[in-house]
Design a protein around this ligand. Structure first.
Ligand SMILES: Nc1ncnc2c1ncn2[C@@H]1O[C@H](COP(=O)(O)OP(=O)(O)O)[C@@H](O)[C@H]1O
Ligand SMILES: [Mg+2]
Length: 361
């Protein structure tokens, strides 16, 4: 963007310092002059007694000195103003340097302004904080892209191997090959769909409508009941109506992911899942709790990160793509809500999603 060249802030400050100094000088002289005038007559006094100077004499005597003094004030104001403004504005130069560096992509630079807390210090500190957040965000995105590429390459590499084997061995059982290719392809589609869903939730571009979490919980449970029965898991649903505002499809996906996790990451047999909803003045809650193996708290805090799959990777038919909880968190945050994970002391997980309540109109 090109802008017309203007006076620098330093020059403006200098001029205003000098200007104020001159104004103060002139005002002071004016007061002194007015004071003198009261005692000096306008015309020469005629009569006996000593000669008293009249106004003309006074002007002639003082005018050169007054102009000299005003000139000195001007020079002093300009010089002092220039030095003072330079000192005041020094932090600004450092902030500008940091902004320029950030603009060309160097996010690791910090201003680190020292000194007392003033407006510049506040600006510099918040700028540093913004840089730190941006740097972390960019690093996270890069990590995510690298992980996603890696995950997407895996099914393609497996497909390639299967095809190579089939080509080198003409008597290969094609039915088995097709089955395995189909399985690998399904996983690739699942992964791609999960990635698309994640970016859709992150973009926050969805229409919002009134949604009742308790109905979502019922619907998700009903859909997943056959899976639960196959795995010998019982599901209990309970809770009050919990109205909120959001995307029905995304919130259903969120609930389904949670109930699905609660079923598949459960005890091998005889596990239990509890799905509950609640509403209070501050918001609505969806709580999904399940039995299962003991989970270390430090592991639990990482589970919602993309592609985190806990420690023991299950090679059963339901090896997920590791995006389930990342999607849940994204959807919750896109609805101005939060996701909280807690290991149950007796084993298993308790997941709590808090969403804003419907504002009463
Ligand atoms: N309800 C749960 N109970 C126990 N562990 C869970 C539960 N939900 C998720 N996890 C753990 O968190 C990991 C990440 O979950 P998720 O993001 O849904 O990925 P995925 O289910 O595809 O592995 C899972 O691999 C599992 O180890
Ligand atoms: Mg999952």
């Amino acid at each position: 963007m090109s802008r017309a060249l203007g006076l620098s802030v330093r020059a403006k400050l200098t001029l205003s310092y000098a200007g104020f100094l001159m104004l103060a000088g002139v005002l002071l002289l004016g007061v002194v002059w007015a004071f003198l005038l009261r005692y000096v007559p306008n015309h020469p006094m005629i009569g006996p007694g000593p000669m008293i100077p009249n106004r003309g004499d006074l002007v002639r005597a003082f005018a050169p000195k007054v102009s000299l003094m005003l000139l000195f004030l001007l020079a002093f104001g300009l010089l002092g103003g220039w030095v003072l403004a330079g000192r005041m504005l020094a932090p600004l130069a450092r902030i500008t340097t940091a902004t320029r560096k950030a603009a060309v992509g160097s996010l690791s630079h910090r201003i680190d302004l020292e000194g007392r807390n003033d407006e510049f210090r506040e600006l510099a500190d918040s700028f540093d904080a913004m840089l730190a957040r941006l740097e972390a965000h960019v690093a996270e995105q890069q990590r995510f892209a690298a992980n996603a590429s890696h995950e997407l390459r895996t099914p393609l590499a497996i497909t390639q191997t299967l095809l190579d084997v089939a080509r080198n061995d003409p008597d290969h059982d094609t039915t088995e090959l097709v089955d395995r290719l189909h399985y690998v392809n399904t996983r690739a589609i699942d992964l791609t769909e999960a990635l698309l869903l994640l970016s859709r939730a992150d973009r926050r571009s969805f229409t919002r409508e009134p949604v009742d979490l308790s109905l979502l919980a019922e619907e998700a449970t009903e859909t997943l009941l056959p899976l639960a029965e196959r795995r010998g898991v019982t599901i209990e649903t309970a809770g009050d109506a919990s109205p909120t505002i959001g995307s029905y499809a995304l919130l259903l996906q969120m609930t389904t992911n949670l109930v699905h996790n609660a079923i598949v990451h459960n005890l091998p047999d005889g596990g239990a899942v509890w799905v509950g909803t609640a509403a209070d003045a501050s918001g609505v809650l969806l709580i999904v709790e399940n039995t299962g193996g003991r989970l270390a708290p430090e592991l639990v805090s990482t589970l919602a990160e993309p592609f985190q799959r806990g420690t023991q990777r299950t090679h059963t038919g339901h090896a997920g793509v590791g995006l389930g909880l990342a999607i849940v968190r994204s959807i919750a945050e896109a609805h101005d809500g939060t996701l909280a994970l807690a290991a149950r002391p007796e084993g298993g997980l308790r997941v709590t999603v808090r969403l804003p309540a419907v504002p009463r109109t």
